[in-house]
Design a protein around this ligand. Structure first.
Ligand code: WTA
Length: 657
């Protein structure tokens, strides 16, 4: 007998709490306004949320698609918008950052403090020869100086390129070289898991001449954080604190055109070479301020907001630095890991500072679930009002746990979908407006247009059973303006998958339920998502084959209950390594990947095999390897050049268990 769904079988939805809805920044009228005239809507956001030196008269110029120009005839400065105007409005005493160091040291940074520091740092950079348009690499732990450094670059109109401090010297070098950075801002080290972790040695290694060519970097500014010993290159290296002390506390911000580059941020694509995603000033800032304000229902006078990301990722750029500061927010910034010194560190911080809005990733939430609710129950989290999630699909179990245990069974949980490329949130509920549906990112924000399409680019209607691809059908202000130095890759990667003019291919699978809500289904390309970090299979494969023992490697992302996906590597060893102990090889290769890329790219498992499954044209069939890695029955093998390969790989797995 077939079952028909009854109302009680429909997933439960959560309407906005009445009190929150009554005082919410965003109302349903926003959707109507944006639908009536999208460009006028964005024009209003730009002029109300930002302070322009020259007010823009144009909104969008899409005549050179896919290269967009937003608010092109306007002029402004990003740092002045994040800091100066709040001081000028009499809010200099407001706390910008409640900073918490991992060892327990704390610092309160007001908008006035930030104002002085940013001006000094801009003068220091300028004295070191940094000019408007020059790129500056930032390789710092989660210390307040990271925020100051980004804003000092923005003040000069010198695009920053922040490199996650967990990346290796090699990864840093690739990024510094690609952006041709003229300076690096780093630290002696930072605290992670209770230990000081050095950073400066990686910078020294990254700046050594490569293939006979000198690095483009002329100056290195070093923040003193751990007090550890550092090697010093006279003439190139300068202490941050000395440079700031001796610089003037007054600096005139450089007014730049709206399309002036604000930053480059590298992210993984489906080939091994990371892409430098380019964001410019006016449009990016508009979307950062607008989304932060509306998605988190931000009330700057009363909120204490905390985003648990790292400034090395786009979430840190938009929702630790630009969005919150543009809105004059008081934020918490935390240096270390959630389990140091104890597993309830985050809840101590929420309680101490009275955090009202919290933004984190599903992998972190699942980790907390694993650690158990007891760690939370001893803390007063009643100040929390809105919780956010980002980085990967959040499963309904984690969503409900987050709302119930952290949010005290009261707070909305907004699941926010976006990418490094989109600059800011694109799909999310509005906490005072939308009834929430666990597991779905739900609806595009007012001003954003999305569709779910099939292989041929035909729009799949709401309620369509099968999965499709997510596309963005209209340009948006925070969109990437290109890939640094590679226009062709920009067109190929995002704009050529569907022949439709101006359709952006996000690389995510999706479906729309009968209510029209969007469910994200993970990447459809060779990009893995491990704890919310984007890592390409090719990148890890290249790192593996750079090891002398490895002849060939294939990498897949296998589903993992905590990290979303875990990296599983299948390697063929060279003759010379055949006699080595497989366990020792596995460990050595995992460490090798950590050194080449970063510990975040370390395979969960390395399996030594004698052959890899390939099609007749030589393409590795990762789909079959994923079946093995996820312990499933292996799918269709008929297109394999040699169909016995899978049997031998599986036999090898069984004997290795
Ligand atoms: C995934 C992070 C489902 C997605 C801001 C996207 C998500 C990639 C969500 C971008 C979400 C991010 N639901 N998937 N709420 N948020 N993703 O560039 O696959 O580090 O394409 O930007 O993360 O990762 P990125």
């Amino acid at each position: 007998m077939t079952q028909t769904a009854t109302d009680s079988q429909q997933p439960r939805t959560y309407p906005p709490p009445a009190e929150l809805a009554a005082g919410a920044v965003a109302t349903a009228a926003l959707y109507e306004e944006a639908a009536a005239d999208r460009l006028a809507f964005w024009g209003r956001q730009a002029s109300e949320l930002l302070t322009w030196d020259v007010q823009p008269t144009q909104v969008l110029d899409w005549s050179d698609a896919p290269f967009a120009k937003w608010f092109a005839d306007g002029e402004l400065n990003a740092a002045a918008n994040c800091v100066d105007r709040h001081v000028a409005a009499g809010n200099g005493d407001r706390v910008a950052l409640h900073w918490v160091g991992e060892p327990g040291d704390t610092l309160t940074v007001t908008y006035a403090d930030l104002h002085e520091q940013v001006q000094r740092a801009a003068n220091a950079l300028s004295d070191l020869g940094v000019r408007t348009g020059d790129r500056v690499a930032i390789y710092l732990p989660m210390v307040p100086e990271a925020v100051v450094a980004m804003l000092a670059c923005a003040r000069l109109g010198a695009p920053h390129s922040v490199v996650f401090s967990g990346f290796s010297a090699q990864a840093l070098r690739d990024r510094v070289d690609d952006a041709q950075a003229v300076a690096v801002i780093t630290a002696d080290g930072g605290y992670r898991r209770g230990e000081p972790a050095p950073l400066k040695p990686a910078v020294d290694a990254a700046l050594e001449p490569r293939d006979g060519a000198e690095s483009t970097v002329r100056a290195v500014l070093v923040v003193r954080r751990t007090g550890g010993e550092v090697a010093w290159t006279e003439g190139r290296d300068h202490w941050w604190h000395e440079a700031l002390e001796s610089s003037s506390p007054v600096h005139e911000p450089v007014s730049v055109g709206a399309e002036h580059p604000l930053f480059v941020l590298y992210t993984s694509g489906s080939t091994g070479k990371p892409k430098g995603i380019l964001h410019t000033t006016g449009g990016y800032l508009t979307q950062a301020a607008y989304t932060h304000r509306n998605v988190f229902d931000l009330h700057p006078e009363t909120d204490v907001y905390w985003c648990g990301a790292d400034i090395g990722w786009v979430t840190g750029h938009t929702y630790i630095v630009y969005g919150p500061l543009l809105n004059g927010t008081t934020s918490v910034m935390y240096e270390g890991t959630p389990n140091t010194p104890t597993q309830d560190r985050w809840w101590q911080v929420v309680e101490t500072y009275g955090v009202t809005k919290l933004y984190t990733a599903p992998t972190t939430i699942r980790t907390f679930m694993k650690w158990g609710e007891e760690l939370v129950s001893g803390h007063d989290l009643s100040t929390l009002q809105v919780l956010g999630s980002v980085g990967e699909p959040i499963n309904p179990e984690a969503w409900t746990w987050y709302r119930r245990v952290i949010g005290g069974d009261r707070t909305p949980v907004v699941d926010t979908w976006w990418q490094t490329e989109t600059g800011g949130i694109m799909i999310s509920a509005l906490p005072g407006v939308t009834s929430l549906k666990p597991g779905s990112a739900q609806v595009p924000l007012p001003g954003i247009s999305v569709e779910v399409v099939d292989d041929e680019g035909r729009v799949l209607p709401a309620g369509h059973e099968g999965a499709g691809y997510l596309v963005l059908t209209e340009p948006w202000p925070g969109m990437l303006r290109g890939i640094w130095g590679d226009d062709e890759r920009f067109r190929d990667t995002y704009w050529s998958r569907f022949a439709k003019e101006g359709w952006y291919f996000a690389g995510d699978g999706a479906r729309r339920d009968a209510d029209g809500d969007v469910w994200l289904l993970g990447r459809v390309d060779d990009v893995m998502n491990v704890s919310g970090h984007r890592i390409s299979t090719t990148e890890v494969e290249s790192a593996l084959v750079s090891h002398p023992s490895v002849a060939e490697a294939a990498v897949v992302g296998a589903s993992d209950p905590t990290t979303g996906q875990g990296i599983v590597a299948f390697v063929i060893l060279r003759e010379s390594a055949h006699d080595t102990d497989p366990a020792a090889v596995g460990k050595e290769l995992r460490d090798h990947v950590a050194k080449e890329i970063s510990p975040i790219a370390k395979p969960r498992q390395v399996l030594v095999v004698s052959e890899l499954p390939k099609t007749r044209s030589g393409k590795i069939m990762r789909r079959l390897l994923r079946d093995v890695a996820e312990d499933r029955q292996v799918g269709d093998v008929t297109t394999l050049a040699d169909s016995s390969v899978m049997a031998s790989i599986q036999a090898g797995m069984q004997s290795g268990k």
